[in-house]
Design a protein around this ligand. Structure first.
Ligand SMILES: [Zn+2]
Ligand SMILES: [Zn+2]
Length: 48
């Protein structure tokens, strides 16, 4: 029942995903099957 935001399912991503989404963005969703050391979603939380 909880609809609190949760972290994006991408291991390297620091973003919060929408309550009804596993990933914060399609970028992370597309990368979800790959183990990457950095996130390329472009959100400020992930910008290095
Ligand atoms: Zn990210
Ligand atoms: Zn993400």
């Amino acid at each position: 029942m909880a609809d609190t935001p949760k972290k994006c399912a991408h291991p390297a991503c620091q973003c919060m995903a929408p309550a009804n989404e596993k990933y914060c963005s399609t970028t992370c969703k597309d990368a979800g099957d790959m183990v990457e050391i950095e996130c390329k979603c472009g959100h400020p939380a992930c910008a290095i």
